[in-house]
Design a binder for this molecule. Structure first.
Ligand code: MN
Length: 228
């Protein structure tokens, strides 16, 4: 057995519906501006320009149902996203083969320090401090494809304190799940354990400590997340 000079980090495991076994996370890819109405609200053209991606860290995924308000920001936004968990990967994956690599789906949030992201955008700098901070991706349990099938349509809805803030339909995604997987695989080697956040519909906005978010995607149930 290999000796490590310090204790190696614990693998990140996500709960799965119907089993005590967990899904081990390798990488987290997130697509930007994947719903036209959200692209418009962020001040961009809704045309189908090539997709772009950023990454979060595996241990940013958090199934606890609690979102501690992060440091260094006073404008933290919710973005509801469907997460896609891969059981296999590769490079140059064809669109028509892409869904064969999906293990399952989950509801999730791409929490964003919008003020810091805005400053980074203005200066042409990377987005990590706006996006890839501690516990920035609350996520529900993964629903295996074998029980829910593949999801290409269905209501996406986020409520804050009982009020609907974001709503849309999976069928409004500009880049569909198989296209995202195929595109990413041309630039990265995808592998088992990779998770993709598939973009958010319009209606993003700030949360405050004490808020309760209910994150819903048809077929994947509800995730309740408290801002603490
Ligand atoms: Mn997002």
């Amino acid at each position: 057995m290999t000796d490590f000079i310090i204790d190696p980090p614990k693998p990140v495991g996500l709960p799965i519906v119907g089993t005590d076994a967990e899904f081990p996370v390798r990488r987290v890819y997130c697509i930007g501006r994947n719903y036209a109405a959200h692209a418009v609200e962020m001040g961009h053209d809704p045309d189908r320009e090539p997709p772009f991606f950023f990454q979060k860290n595996p241990d940013n995924l958090d199934p606890s149902g609690e979102f501690p308000y992060p440091t260094q920001s006073s404008d933290v936004h919710h973005e509801i996203e469907m997460a896609v968990a891969l059981k296999s990967g590769g490079t140059n994956i064809a669109v028509e083969d892409a869904l064969d690599h999906v293990y399952g789906y989950a509801v999730s949030l791409d929490m964003t320090r919008r003020d810091l992201q805005g400053e980074q955008k203005k200066m042409g700098r990377p987005w990590e401090i706006g996006k890839a901070f501690e516990r920035s991706a609350p996520i529900g349990p993964i629903h295996p494809v074998e029980s829910v099938g593949h999801l290409s349509e269905g209501r996406v809805e986020l409520k804050v304190n009982g009020e609907v803030r974001q709503e849309g339909d999976l069928n409004q995604m500009i880049w569909k799940v198989p296209e995202m997987i195929s595109y990413l695989s041309n630039y990265f080697e995808l592998a088992p354990g990779d998770v993709i956040q598939s973009g958010t519909p319009s209606g993003v906005g700030p949360v405050e400590k004490g808020d309760e978010m209910i994150v819903h995607v048809d077929g994947l149930g509800d995730l309740t997340v408290r801002v603490t």
